[in-house]
Design a protein around this ligand. Sequence first.
Ligand code: FAD
Ligand code: SF4
Length: 333
Amino acid sequence: MKIFEFVRPADAQAASAAAALASTAQQDADVRFIAGGTTLIDLMKLNVETPARVLDINRLPLDKIESTPDGGLRIGATVRNSDLANHPTVRRDYPVLSQALLNGASAQLRNMATTAGNLLQRTRCMYFRDTAMPCNKRAPGTGCPAIAGANRTLAVLGTSEHCIASNPSDMCVAMAALEATIHVQGPKASRTIPFADFHLLPGNTPHRETVLEPGDLITQVELPAPIQGSKQLYLKLRDRASYEFALASAAVVISVASGKVTHVRLALGGVGAKPWRSQEAEAALIGQPADPANFRKASEAAMRDAKPQSQNGFKIELAKRCLTHALQMAVAS
Ligand SMILES: Cc1cc2nc3c(=O)[nH]c(=O)nc-3n(C[C@H](O)[C@H](O)[C@H](O)COP(=O)(O)OP(=O)(O)OC[C@H]3O[C@@H](n4cnc5c(N)ncnc54)[C@H](O)[C@@H]3O)c2cc1C
Ligand code: SF4
């Protein structure tokens, strides 16, 4: 790990101003915020991240979970994953988020990991984490060895010829289905970003993962008011029962009246280059009878554009079964 300067900004504006001096907020940023450190420190030890300045945001007043006047919930950037998962309002009104968080990492990691840090966790692609290997995401223009190499855990949706990395977050899958909004303090002004617009697809710039610019500090994530009477569920399929990333996962928010689907939001994890909201699957279900045949049709629609690589073709059927089963479990709950 190279020598770096460690700074504690006094407030969000000072943090944003200090980070605005960076040349980028993407891969190779020379200034980084640190929250729980469970992604950043790992990558610094591997020399994948080499910031010259690290800005500690843990003392900023961003650790609250508060109700909003319109019945939603505002979650501070430094709220720990374990606190968020176990918050009574989250457990009652947003169980899909609580379940997704509790399916992630380990208890120790969840006690450190924060809301904003989870939004920005990096891919687990093995080539990205090994500086002896080429990788377009880490070192643009060097190539993507995963395409002809170890790609069993990587993405089948939203990939490009330059990068097939999967987004590893569980929390983000639930937030995509809940249609969260991300609040950002920039160097000149604050702004909000709809969750669907926050992460970028790799295209020919896989080193650009989000729309964040230098100086952008995530301050809160806001959830809209829960859909009254909706059923919610997060289902994660992985190689072992804990402490493992998803091969495929599904977040479901669904309402059914008189046997028909009246509201549905669906997102997939483990299979997409970003947390994967499937409006195709939602469109296939809305107004239809809530039965296994239609759940399977929706799952087929979700994976219609999937592109398998040499080792991860199994994920397509796995994701379909995951979503079908999650829908069945949600409506039966
Ligand atoms: C062994 C292991 C297993 C794991 N398993 C899972 C799993 O199964 N599922 C899962 O979802 N996750 C898993 N994780 C990932 C874990 O959830 C993330 O490491 C964690 O959420 C990151 O949060 P953090 O606060 O520690 O982030 P940090 O490491 O502090 O920061 C991560 C990134 O976010 C940036 N950042 C942090 N806060 C802000 C802010 N407010 N504004 C702008 N930028 C910010 C940092 O600069 C950095 O680039 C695992 C991690 C490990 C190490
Ligand atoms: S899949 Fe993406 S992260 Fe992995 S080696 Fe290829 S470019 Fe790098």
